[in-house]
Design a protein around this ligand. Structure first.
Ligand SMILES: NC(=O)c1ccc[n+]([C@@H]2O[C@H](COP(=O)([O-])OP(=O)(O)OC[C@H]3O[C@@H](n4cnc5c(N)ncnc54)[C@H](O)[C@@H]3O)[C@@H](O)[C@H]2O)c1
Length: 258
């Protein structure tokens, strides 16, 4: 059908063919972004702590995708990830951060190790990787950085304290980076998904009627899909977004309206 073809090709106008793109964290959402970038002809490098996850994803992508195995929580590994991607791609136009974990329980039940682990994986990795990407992009006077935040950076969901803290911090960190790097042609934005079914959320959604309960809170009447996160990420990664920076784009079916 013509309308299906239109939807199928509708990302072509973004002009990302040949763009040199690194995605850190290629689980459900990062993986869907990788497939979308690959489809529009970007040159792609992906990085994740999970070798098997990356390999599985890359079976569906063009053979030239570069895979970088790394734990992104340390400054030296962030430096190595960015260097390796630049060497493989010949430069870096776009960086997407889609690494994250969550642990859902009341504030009073968290111990310091659990708090620290969530800060380290969600926030430290975002700071170190964006800092290294920004270093290169500001020198080149062009770049697009997109960080996957969450509606939890705005709403006070119970049982989400450490996770929400990292997402609120990411939003503010992103805005400062956007302000500092705007004069050098580098934009920094975030998308804030509502609930999307991935490894991060699957067990929770499968238990205790959470899928139905959470869907009922969304004006669109359903949860989002990883593929629905990719279009907004590609839009913010494109040259079409040259005057959009420091923005949190809610991709949530209206969840934050109610
Ligand atoms: N799924 C949702 O409902 C939802 C909603 C809002 C925001 N988000 C955010 O989207 C992002 C992606 O989440 P997802 O739903 O795709 O989850 P996911 O679990 O499918 O993917 C997360 C990826 O991060 C990788 N990772 C974890 N620790 C790492 C480390 N130390 N170094 C490198 N990689 C590491 C994992 O191996 C995995 O591939 C996260 O930032 C998450 O907070 C997800």
């Amino acid at each position: 059908m013509e309308s299906d073809n239109y939807r199928e090709n509708s990302l072509d106008w973004l002009g990302l063919a040949g763009a040199r793109v690194l995605i850190a964290g290629v689980g459900g959402i990062g993986g869907a972004c990788a497939k979308a970038f690959d489809k529009v002809g970007a040159k792609l490098a992906v990085s994740d702590i999970s070798v098997s996850g990356m390999a599985h994803l890359c079976d569906d992508l063009s053979s030239s995708v570069v895979q970088i195995e790394a734990d992104a929580t340390q400054p030296e590994s962030a430096n190595a990830i960015i260097s390796e991607a630049i060497e493989a791609l010949g430069g870096l136009d776009v960086f997407v951060h889609a690494i994250g974990i969550n642990l859902r329980k009341p504030v009073l039940e968290f111990n310091p190790d659990q708090w620290r682990r969530i800060q380290s994986i969600n926030l430290d990795s975002a700071f170190y990787l964006c800092q290294e990407a920004g270093r290169v992009m500001t020198a080149n006077r062009y770049g697009r950085i997109v960080i996957v935040s969450s509606v939890s950076g705005l709403l006070a969901h119970s049982d989400h304290a450490p996770y929400a803290a990292t997402k609120g911090a990411i939003n503010q960190m992103m805005k400062v980076m956007a302000r500092e790097w705007a004069p050098m042609g580098v934009t920094v934005n975030a998308i804030a998904p509502g609930y999307v079914e991935t490894e991060l959320t699957k067990d929770y959604l499968d238990s205790g009627g959470h899928r139905e309960e959470l869907s009922s809170l969304v004006p669109a009447g359903r949860l989002g899909t990883p593929e629905e996160m990719a279009g907004p990420v590609l839009f913010l990664s494109s040259a079409q977004c040259s005057f959009v920076t420091g923005h949190v784009l809610y991709v949530d079916g209206g969840r934050t309206l109610v």
